[in-house]
Design a protein around this ligand. Sequence first.
Ligand code: ADP
Length: 288
Amino acid sequence: MKRRIMQALRQLEQNPKLRSIQSVSGGDINEAFFVETDLQQYFVKLNKKQPIDFLRFEMDGLRKISETQTIACPHVYALMEIDDIPLLVMEWIEGRKTKDTETQLGENLAALHLHEGIHFGYEKQGYIGGLKQENALYDDWLTYYRDFRLKGQLERGRAEGRIANDRERRLEKLLEQLERWIPSHPKKSILHGDLWGGNWMTGPEGTPFIIDPSVLYGDHEFELAFTELFGGFNDDFYQSYTSVFPLSDTYEERKELYQLYYLLVHLNLFGESYGSPIDQILKKYVSL
Ligand code: ADP
């Protein structure tokens, strides 16, 4: 691996002098390294199992977020392929939280969400965790969310036997009635798309950074609902977020239907331990 990383560094620096390479744990999908040369510190991500498009999607997302100049995310130095292994080199982020970090995270994320795309969805196939996420651009959020997000996971789960019987019937019925809860024309916010507590970190001077995005254009409440699913965001975050971009009065009514997508993704990735919260949500919204 060291040889490959050195090869990558030679494309970034004239005559790189390596000080350190250390493996970084935490990600479930990629191999990651802290790399330091005399000139720079880098975070290097490699993925032996996915095509280069997997890391290209992450790079494009980071660049889209960065263009808005609202919330910090790692600068991408390069995407390359070495010995057929895709490799993404980005800025190394390190820092300590201050009392303002989470307030800033809320404000900056809300500012990101105030930036709009032209349509809902995304212009090309993406990934959520290790799963492919088919995409298209739509003028109607309800249709995109139903057909590409929920139905996409339903079909995958059905094919793998994870969604069957009552779970399958309820989910099908839910999709038929989804317009009762999901709006067609919210703001077309730029969303991080995979914002659980492990996908933000603190950088220099306590600045919050978001990492590992799965970008789309859609209802900001979809993002907020996911932040609430597994925790990792405190009251300061929600207070500052909503002071910049308030949630609608009906947020609580649809929140679980937005969390449902992420739970289905987890069911399809990790199995039945996510089945019971899914069934609870389905029972709440749909009777057979
Ligand atoms: P994966 O895509 O495999 O989930 P992540 O992007 O989440 O990988 O990264 C794995 C871990 O590496 C994270 O939990 C985080 O602690 C750390 N990390 C991610 N990006 C950076 C970065 N730019 N600088 C420093 N550490 C990072």
